[in-house]
Design a protein around this ligand. Structure first.
Ligand code: NI
Length: 226
């Protein structure tokens, strides 16, 4: 399932974040590329240890925790600390898959990548190219969102970022391990949750809502790993 979540950050917040990104010290993105990805990756990344990475990453994690749509869709168990990238002057990241498992820095824990996320911090008019292209079961999806918007997609998809031939594209990316490993099961729960929310808004007093809510929680109980 691909899901867009608009305006995770307001235009004012995007302005602050982009100013911090513009002032930061960037490094070659190949330092974190996997064996096969290194040949196709040409971008800049903020080092994991950079104070800006930590500060802005925490700001994103804090916002995710207060974004009901993200929680309902991802059913997050662990979120990998957000990283930041910058594409300009032909910068690109050719077709690749994200690693299945990442050690979480500074901890003995590992994270399984179920969902990948990109948050756009540049407006589509600020740059040429730079589409995130995801090979989905429904075909190729080309994603280029407004600054402050976010896209969630299965980490199992082959994807790429097209070359940025004018301007600069700033973005954040991160990975989520979901309580629900299977994309289809997660989708069923999300659709059920959305239907329950919609019914609650229109018919809050209907007794069947208790039964539907019970079904939701029982499916979650059957499928979740915590
Ligand atoms: Ni990727």
């Amino acid at each position: 399932m691909l899901l867009q979540i608009p305006q995770i950050f307001s235009p004012d917040e995007v302005g602050e974040i982009r100013a911090a990104l513009e002032a930061a010290d960037w490094e070659d993105g190949r330092v974190t590329a996997g064996h096969r990805a290194v040949g196709v990756k040409k971008n800049l990344q903020l080092p994991e240890t950079d104070p800006a990475t930590r500060a802005l990453g925490d700001r994103i994690l804090d916002r995710l925790a207060r974004t009901p749509l993200f929680i309902a869709a991802a059913l997050p168990q662990k979120v990998y600390p957000p990283r930041f990238n910058r594409y300009e002057g032909g910068g690109t990241y050719g077709n690749h898959v994200d690693n299945a498992i990442f050690p979480i820095p500074g901890t003995p824990l590992k994270l399984r990548t179920d969902l990948s996320t990109t948050i756009f911090f540049s407006d589509p008019d600020d740059y040429e190219g730079g589409e995130l292209v995801i090979e989905d079961t429904f075909g190729e999806q080309r994603i280029k969102l407004s600054a402050g918007d976010m896209i969630l997609y299965p980490s199992s998809s082959v994807h790429r970022v097209n070359p940025v031939t004018r301007g600069t594209r700033f973005a954040s990316f991160f990975f989520t391990q979901s309580m629900i490993r299977d994309d289809q099961q997660r989708r069923i729960l999300f659709e059920l949750d959305c239907a329950i929310q919609a019914l609650t808004a229109d018919h809050a007093g209907h007794d069947a809502l208790d039964n539907l809510s019970n079904v939701y929680h029982n499916l979650l109980r059957q499928w979740a790993e915590t």
